[in-house]
Design a protein around this ligand. Structure first.
Ligand code: M6R
Length: 610
C-alpha cells in the first residue's frame, strides 16, 4: 500500500522523509520519491525499486530544504517505473503532489486538461491532480486545493506543496488514512503513525472530507466542503513502533481483517457506472464480442484464491449460464485440459507469484487459451504474463493467512460475472442494477459484521482444546465453508473438514459424536430446509452446532446451540459477509492456543516453488 510522509520545520526535510518512508516499508511498495523546496525552487527525485535506490541517488545529489513530501508507491494506475513514481508535478513544476488511493474520475479530468494543452509524463491518476491545481490556482493554495478536491471522486489521501506558497504543507483525506503529527516548530503528515513516531507522539487523525494546513508554527484543520475550522483534541500515541506498524492491532492478520471494508470499497469503486448502475472494466482490452464468445471458463488457483474461484463459479454460472470449472493449479498444469478457442481461463493469485498458478497460466497460453488474471500485485509475474488483468485493490497483505485478498477476489469475480452478463445479455438492466446496488452496500455491511464479534470469540475460545471439527454448508455456503476450514487449520492447527452438508451421511457422519463442534452455514434460502435436516442429523449424534444465518432469521436458533447473524443481502452476495466471522473464528482460536497468528508453522506467504 502506498505511503505518504511530509515535513515542514527547520530540519533537513529529505532525511526526515526518507526515514519516515523506511518506517512504512512493511506496507509494501515498488517505487519511492521525494520533493523538497530548496528555498529557491521545488526539486524532486524518484526511482523505481527499493528505497535504497532512491537513497543512493539522493546521496549523490541531495535535496536540501526544510519543507518536503515523500511517497512509497504500490502501483495502481500504471506499472512500477520512475515516471509513475510520486511525487508528481504540474508542467511548470510549481505544484508537487503525493497521493494514496484512487481518483475515480481522473480520465474525465485528464481529457479536459489535455484539451487545454497540458501534457502528461506518467500513466497515473495522481499527475492529473498536479495539473488541475496549476490550472485552478487563484493565488491561494488552500482555497485552490479545496476547489480542486471537490472535483475529484474516489478514495484518497493527498499531500500537496507549492513553490508559490513555500510556507505551507496541505493534506487532504477522503477515505484513505492520513494523520498529522504535531511537533515544536515543526509539523508532519503521514499515512500511518510509524512514519512520524520518532519525532512526535501527538497526532491529529484526519476524518473523511477533512484537510489540514501545516505551517512551521501550527496546524489548522478544515472541512473540505464548508471550509469551516475544525477543533479537535490531539491524540497521544502510546504504541511502540511494532504496535504502530500493525495500526494498534495485535497482528497483521487482525489489521487486514479490519481493512476489508476499505479493500472491498476500493476494489468496487472505480468499476461502477453510477448513472446507469452497470459495471465498467476499462482495463480489459478484449471487446464485448470476444467476451461474449466464450462458452467455457476454467478458474485456476491455489488455496484461498482457489476458494474464491469456487464462489466465482457459482455466481458466473448463475449470471451468465456459461459453464465454469474450478481447478487446483497444481493439478491443472499436468492434466491436459480440454480447451477450444472459445475457452477463457481465469487465474487468481494474491501475490501473482505462486509457482503452480504461474505454470498453469503458461501451460494454458501455450495451448492458445486467453488468460485473464485476478491479482493484487501490479507488476507481478501473473499480471505481466496474462493477456488481461483485473487487479484487486486490497493493498499489500502481510499475514500468511489470506483475508482481505479473498474478499477482494470474490468482489472482482462478481464484477466480472456482471460484466460478462452485460456482454452476453443474460441479465436485464434492472437485474444488473439491483446486484450493483447491493454490491456497493457490502463495505458498510462488513463494517457491521466487524462491530459485533463477541459470539464468534466465545465459540472460538470454546474450541481451543478440541482435536477436530466440521464445517457444513450447501451451494455457496459450502464454498465459504472450505475457506473457513482452511483458515482455521492454517493458523490454529485444529484439524477441520468442510463438507457439502448433503454428503455427510455418505461416510463422515460416522465421526460425529458427543460434543463434536460443527459450524453450519445457512444463508441460502433455497437450501434452507435441506440444511436444517442436515443440522438435525448431526445434533441427533450429539454435535455442538454454531449456525450462521442472515439477519432476520429466527428459525435457526431453535435447532442449533448458538447463532451468529450476518447482515441481510442478496443470498448470492453473502459469501463476502459470511467469511468474515469465519476468519475471526480462526483468529481467536489461534490466539487462544497461543500461536503466532501472522506466521503459522511450515507456511510461507508466497509459494514460489512447486
Ligand atoms: O498468492 P496466491 O493467492 O497465489 O496464494 C495462494 C495460496 O498459497 C494462498 O491463498 C494460501 O492458501 C493462503 N495462505 C491461505 O490463507
Amino acid at each position: 500500500m502506498c505511503g505518504i510522509v511530509g515535513y515542514i520545520g527547520e530540519k533537513n526535510a529529505q532525511q526526515i522523509i526518507v526515514e519516515g518512508l523506511r518506517k512504512l516499508e512493511y506496507r509494501g511498495y515498488d517505487s519511492a520519491g521525494v520533493a523538497v523546496w530548496t528555498g529557491t525552487e521545488l526539486l524532486l527525485d524518484k526511482a523505481e525499486g527499493r528505497l535504497a535506490v532512491l537513497e543512493e541517488r539522493l546521496r549523490q545529489k541531495p535535496l536540501s530544504g526544510s519543507l518536503g513530501i515523500g511517497h512509497t508507491r504500490w502501483a495502481t494506475h500504471g506499472k512500477p517505473s520512475d515516471e509513475n513514481a510520486h511525487p508528481h508535478t504540474d508542467q511548470s513544476g510549481a505544484f508537487a503532489v503525493v497521493h494514496n488511493g484512487i481518483i475515480e474520475n481522473y480520465l474525465a479530468i485528464k481529457e479536459e486538461l489535455l484539451a487545454k494543452g497540458y501534457t502528461f509524463k506518467s500513466e497515473t491518476d495522481t499527475e492529473v491532480i498536479a495539473h488541475l491545481l496549476a490550472d485552478m490556482y487563484d493565488g491561494d493554495l488552500v482555497s485552490t486545493v479545496k476547489r480542486a478536491v471537490q472535483r475529484m471522486r474516489g478514495a484518497y489521501a493527498l499531500g500537496i506543496m507549492s513553490a508559490h506558497e513555500p510556507d505551507k504543507l496541505v493534506a487532504v483525506r477522503l477515505a484513505s488514512p492520513l494523520i498529522v503529527g504535531v511537533g515544536s516548530g515543526e509539523n508532519f503528515i503521514g499515512s500511518d503513525i510509524p512514519a512520524i513516531l520518532e519525532h512526535t507522539r501527538d497526532v491529529y487523525i484526519l476524518n473523511e472530507g477533512e484537510m489540514a494546513v501545516l505551517t512551521r508554527s501550527g496546524v489548522e484543520l478544515l472541512s473540505v466542503e464548508s471550509g469551516e475550522r475544525i477543533e479537535r483534541e490531539l491524540f497521544h500515541v502510546e504504541w511502540d513502533l511494532v504496535q504502530a506498524e500493525k495500526g494498534g492491532y495485535d497482528s497483521f492478520m487482525l489489521k487486514e481483517i479490519f481493512e476489508q471494508p476499505q479493500a472491498v470499497r476500493d476494489t468496487i469503486g472505480p468499476r461502477i457506472d453510477e448513472a446507469n448502475k452497470r459495471v465498467v472494466l476499462p482495463e480489459l482490452k478484449m471487446s464485448d464480442e470476444e467476451l461474449a464468445s466464450f462458452d467455457r471458463i476454467y478458474i485456476v488457483a491455489c488455496g484461498t484464491s482457489m476458494h474464491a474461484g469456487l464462489v466465482g463459479k457459482e455466481l458466473i454460472e448463475k449470471l451468465t449460464r456459461v459453464p465454469v470449472e474450478v481447478a487446483i493449479a497444481s493439478e491443472f498444469r499436468y492434466r491436459d485440459p480440454i480447451v477450444t478457442p472459445r475457452t477463457l481461463m481465469i487465474v487468481i493469485s494474491q501475490s501473482g507469484e505462486t509457482a503452480d498458478t504461474l505454470a498453469a497460466l503458461r501451460e494454458a497460453k501455450q495451448k492458445g487459451v486467453k488468460v485473464l488474471a485476478i491479482t493484487n500485485v501490479v507488476g507481478s509475474s501473473v499480471s505481466r504474463e496474462a493477456d488481461e488483468v483485473l487487479f484487486t485493490w486490497a493493498g499489500p497483505e502481510v499475514a500468511v493467512a489470506s483475508t482481505k485478498a479473498y474478499t477482494s477476489q470474490v468482489v472482482v469475480l462478481y464484477l466480472f460475472g456482471l460484466y460478462l452478463a452485460q456482454a452476453k445479455g443474460t441479465q436485464t438492466t434492472e437485474q444488473i442494477a439491483e446486484v450493483v446496488e447491493q454490491l456497493q452496500q457490502l463495505p458498510a455491511k462488513i463494517t457491521a459484521v466487524l462491530q459485533d464479534t463477541d459470539g464468534v470469540r466465545r465459540f472460538a475460545e470454546s474450541i481451543k482444546d478440541v482435536t477436530s471439527l466440521f464445517f457444513i454448508g450447501r451451494g455457496l455456503d459450502y464454498a465459504v465453508s472450505l475457506e473457513g476450514s482452511l483458515k482455521l487449520k492454517e493458523i490454529s492447527y485444529i484439524h477441520s473438514e468442510a463438507y457439502a452438508a448433503g454428503e455427510l451421511k455418505h461416510g463422515t457422519l460416522a465421526l460425529i459424536e458427543e460434543d463434536v463442534p460443527v459450524i453450519a452455514l445457512v444463508t441460502q434460502p433455497d437450501l434452507y430446509d435441506k440444511m436444517i435436516s442436515n443440522i438435525v442429523e448431526v445434533k441427533a449424534r450429539g454435535a455442538r452446532v454454531l449456525g450462521f444465518a442472515q439477519e432476520g432469521d429466527t428459525e435457526l436458533a431453535k435447532t442449533v446451540d448458538q447463532v451468529v447473524h450476518i447482515p441481510a443481502t442478496l443470498p448470492f452476495l453473502s459469501p463476502v459477509l459470511t467469511v468474515i466471522p469465519l476468519q475471526l473464528l480462526a483468529y481467536y482460536a489461534s490466539v487462544a492456543r497461543g500461536n503466532d497468528v501472522d506466521k503459522p508453522r511450515n507456511l510461507a506467504k508466497s509459494v514460489t516453488v512447486e
